[in-house]
Ligand binder design. Structure first.
Ligand code: PLP
Length: 451
């Protein structure tokens, strides 16, 4: 459905936004947010009648698309029955959400601590690990994103943490696998896996194994570029954690709940962490919700000793009712299998064909509904199409690429020199093909900047 155009209403929304909304991660005077009038399924539209196929899933969270009627109805029903209730009570929506999530999480992760989103899930996972081990340090990867709050942004390994690095005590970064940009050290996935594990082992030795509470990794790093790790890497990290009594935290905030064509990406690598963070896809982002799935070993630490942490809205009934409905929709509609099948049969071959045709595509990587195109100025040198964190003129090639995609009805996900292909896991074959055609046109514009 697309409502009638109403440019005046759009202008009013935009004016109030510009006057009063302070946007995240942005220079307030340099942004021009689109006024959105509505959304349904894989599409959203503005007040001028422009409709976009959403290859971003919002911020990679609308795994079942926008406005799924069953989830909307569940939220409405919960609001009419018990709109809110404090976290210390047993409430049906919360108990049921925890039960359904625990049924899907890998291995023995079957206690659920609810948060409001991903960053606070990471904060709590780290606190649990520190209290469980009595150790101070946390190791995490460069090229990672774990959230925007103080501790989570420091655990994050991208340049955005620089602004608050003073809070980084006890956080040590290491280099996880990324063959495309490790080519001077490794030529094959296997070599890159060995390099990365050896480097991690050395880092642990030099930091002092007895000082390290946790290793925190995204199962497949998302925001930083969707780098699917070599098959054996995470099992190797699991071994190092076991050897040194370190808590293994997998962050599945972005990769979880169907995104990779599995319920959780950990399944693709046959690993079970001690703690696993989630958010986003748990209820497709309809109401803020995140959490930590906890193994019995760590839950026991807080069996007779209080866990010192909580949130007013932990396990909010509206968010949990949305999660219950989302998990039911995912099971009933085969959403996880759809992500795997459309990913393997349409998106992957489509992107590989684009890479053949367009010199601006340096690498295609991903799985399921979780793909990245690394855009380069030159395929031989692998020089990124724009420098990291480029703004203004320096970012012109990515800006031109994005404008061309939008002109062809596609809303692209852009991060540095990459475009990520992360549509809803419910996408149809026809929609996927429509998006690939728009990408084809936009890449022709990117090609003009190659040398
Ligand atoms: N962890 C990962 C892997 C993420 O991708 C994100 C957000 O993109 C977060 C944590 C932070 O989640 P939130 O923005 O809900 O706090």
């Amino acid at each position: 459905m697309i409502p009638q155009t109403d440019p005046q209403a759009g202008a009013a929304v935009k004016a109030a936004d510009r006057a009063h909304v302070f946007h995240s991660w942005s220079a307030q005077e340099l942004i021009d947010p689109l006024a959105v009038a509505g959304a349904e399924g894989s599409y959203f539209w503005d007040y001028d009648g422009n409709r976009y196929l959403d290859f971003t899933s919002g911020l990679v969270f609308t795994n079942i698309g926008y406005q799924h009627p069953k989830v909307v109805a569940a939220i409405q029903e919960q609001a009419a029955t018990l709109a809110t209730f404090a976290p210390a009570f047993a409430v049906e929506a919360r108990s049921e959400a925890a039960r359904l999530i625990a049924r899907r999480t890998p291995g023995d992760l079957d206690k659920i601590f609810f948060t409001n989103g991903g960053a606070d899930a990471v904060e709590h996972a780290v606190r649990m690990a520190r209290l469980h081990t009595g150790r101070p340090k946390v190791l995490s990867a460069y090229r990672s994103y774990h959230g925007g709050t103080q501790q989570a942004v420091n655990i994050t390994g991208d340049p955005r943490r620089w602004a608050s690095d003073s809070g980084a005590a006890g956080v040590v970064h290491f280099w996880a696998p990324f063959l495309y940009r490790s080519r001077f050290y490794a030529e094959t996935e296997q070599q890159e896996c060995e390099r990365a594990l050896e480097h991690l082992e050395t880092t642990i030795a030099f930091e002092g194994p007895g000082t390290i509470a946790a290793i925190v990794l995204e199962t497949i790093p998302g925001t930083a570029g969707i780098m699917v790790p070599p098959r054996d890497y995470l099992a190797g990290v699991r071994e190092l954690c076991d050897k040194h009594g370190i808590v293994f935290v997998l962050d599945e905030v972005m990769a979880g709940f169907g995104r990779t064509g599995a319920w959780f990406a950990a399944e693709l690598f046959d690993v079970v962490p001690d703690l696993m963070t989630f958010a986003k896809g748990v209820n497709s982002g309809y109401v803020p919700l995140g959490g930590v799935a906890i193994s019995p070993r760590i839950a026991e630490t807080f069996g007779r000793r209080p866990y010192p942490g909580g949130l007013t809205y932990s396990g909010h009934p509206l968010a949990c009712a949305a999660a219950v409905a989302t998990l039911e929709v995912m099971a009933e509609e085969g959403v996880v299998a759809n992500a795997a099948v459309i990913g393997a049969q349409v998106i992957e071959p489509g992107l590989r064909a684009l890479a053949e045709r367009h010199p601006s595509v340096g690498e295609v990587r991903g799985v399921g509904m979780f793909w990245a195109l690394e855009l380069v100025r030159n395929r031989e040198t692998r020089e990124p199409l724009v420098p990291y964190n480029a703004t203004g003129e320096a970012n012109a090639p990515m800006a031109a690429f994005a404008a061309a995609a939008k002109a062809h009805g596609l809303w692209p996900f852009i991060n540095m020199n990459r475009t990520h292909v992360v549509p809803p896991c419910t996408i149809t074959e026809a929609e996927a093909k429509e998006g690939l055609a728009a990408l084809d046109a936009a890449l022709s514009v990117a090609d003009e900047y190659t040398v």
